[in-house]
Design a protein around this ligand. Structure first.
Ligand code: UP5
Ligand code: MG
Length: 200
């Protein structure tokens, strides 16, 4: 997709940092289209006839990363569907892509084959805060990975595999870092003032 058709902002941060929660706020107030890579994978996992169901289930439970061809295909199909719906608009469609890219090669592959991102919103949150949120959500979420074993594995993958992605974008000057502790409202206020400062 060319940059006159789409604007992409990645929303990154550890498991439970609040990527989904804050993306919904931004959709409501800024007219972004929200694509959660994790939600797209969970939908594909249960889609009848999907050949990737077992593969996705395994990676999600183990907190490891699904092969990028699967995730990038889901993302670019979802973007194409939204663009098709909005084909009469003349301004670029704006996408928030939450929870992707999680590995350096995914970032490179996406930017080479789909489109180059404009910004990265990075939610900074200590593990003990994220752990508390995820265990609480796990009481009702039904998510296969909201249990202590999977959460520990997700934290490890985030530190070892996903943080290098954030650092690489930081070197390119694309990252807006926001403290993601405190209430949902407090975090959102910080995000809004950072975006304003960046002229978004
Ligand atoms: N909450 C949020 N903000 C709060 C606040 N300020 N104060 C108090 N509570 C707050 O929030 C998590 C919980 O905390 C919610 O209950 C919320 O109400 C509360 P949420 O907004 O859902 O946080 P988020 O960062 O989105 O957490 P999530 O669990 O979705 O993060 P993950 O990164 O772990 O999950 P994701 O769905 O992105 O990925 C899941 C798995 O899919 C990965 O582990 C991986 O196996 C696979 N995957 C890939 O392989 N490739 C990809 O590209 C993407 C995913
Ligand atoms: Mg999420």
């Amino acid at each position: 997709f060319s940059s006159d058709k789409v604007t992409v902002v990645f929303v990154l941060g550890g498991p439970g940092a609040g990527k989904g929660t804050q993306s919904e706020n931004l959709v409501r107030d800024y007219g972004f289209n929200h694509l959660s890579a994790g939600d797209l994978l969970r939908a594909e996992q249960v889609r009848e006839g999907s050949e990737y169901g077992e593969l996705i289930r395994h990676h999600i439970r183990e907190g490891t990363i699904v092969p990028m061809e699967v995730t990038v295909a889901l993302l670019s199909n979802a973007m194409a569907a939204i663009l098709e719906e909005n084909s009469s608009k003349t301004t670029p469609a704006r996408f928030l892509i939450d929870g992707f890219p999680r590995q350096i090669d995914q970032a490179h592959f996406f930017e080479e084959t789909v489109c180059v991102s404009k910004l990265v919103l990075f939610l900074v949150c200590p593990e003990e805060v994220m752990l508390g949120r995820l265990l609480k959500r796990g009481e009702t979420s039904g998510r296969d990975d909201d249990n202590i074993e999977s959460i520990r594995k997700r934290f490890r993958t985030f530190e070892q595999t996903s943080m290098p992605v954030v650092r690489e974008f930081e070197e390119k000057g694309k990252v807006i870092s926001v403290q993601a502790t405190g209430s949902k409202e407090e975090v959102y206020e910080r995000i809004q003032s950072e975006l304003k400062a960046k002229g978004v």
